[in-house]
Design a protein around this ligand. Structure first.
Ligand code: NHR
Length: 181
């Protein structure tokens, strides 16, 4: 998230209008605020299993900010089709695997368990089906002998911070050609 916010200066085709989180304690909120970006938090735990009610509350600050594009970054709440439909074709996510491999959770553990020689991250359009929307970019890293889940996650994260800003720049300029780093 911070890599995106920090990139949106100068000749960048977009500007950050809001950073929103489902976790009021998320460290990124204070960091974004320190960079001068408006922030909002809506704690999903206050809504129990009622995803629609959580999303209705989240929508208030999001709609007030009038974004053209939504970027999910470490956002861990599956979004309902109704929410996705409101932002169809203009909501992105970064996922820590080389999709279509390993949609969902525990991607690094799954790549290690499979003995993969390569791992990486993918930026994709968010559709109602989890981690299945059109790919907008990918970056690859090697899996090294003896890697732990944390080792691999850290190596992929470095690439996430390069890939997502590169994809957003291109996407915000109206170009959906995938970026491959
Ligand atoms: N929503 C839709 N409709 N489509 C996608 O592609 C989405 C999405 C919401 C989030 C991010 C995704 C990831 O890149 C994402 C993509 C959360 C879960 C999950 O199972 C899965 C994938 C992603 C995010 N969430 C559990 C839930 O009940 C909670 C898991 C937890 O809190 O640890 O929402 O990783």
């Amino acid at each position: 998230m911070l890599a995106l916010v920090r990139d949106m200066v100068g000749d960048h085709p977009a500007r950050a209008v809001l950073v929103a989180s489902n976790d009021p304690e998320a460290a990124g909120l204070a960091r974004a605020a320190a960079l001068g970006v408006p922030v909002a938090a809506v704690d999903h735990r206050a809504f129990g299993k009622d995803r629609a009610a959580f999303e209705a509350a989240l929508l208030e600050p999001v709609l007030a900010a009038q974004p053209d594009i939504l970027c999910l970054a470490g956002f861990m709440r599956v979004l309902t089709p109704a929410f996705v439909a409101r932002f169809e074709g203009r909501m992105l996510n970064i996922h820590p695997s080389l999709l279509p491999k390993y949609p969902g959770l525990h991607t690094h553990a799954r790549a290690l368990a499979a003995g993969d020689a390569e791992a990486g991250c993918t930026v994709h359009e968010v559709t109602p089906v989890l981690d299945a929307g059109p790919v907008l970019g990918q970056a690859r890293v090697p899996v090294l002998a003896g890697d732990s889940e944390a080792d691999l996650a850290a190596r992929v994260l470095v690439q996430e911070h390069r890939l997502y800003p590169a994809v957003l720049r291109r996407f915000a300029s109206g170009d959906r050609t995938p970026v491959y780093l």
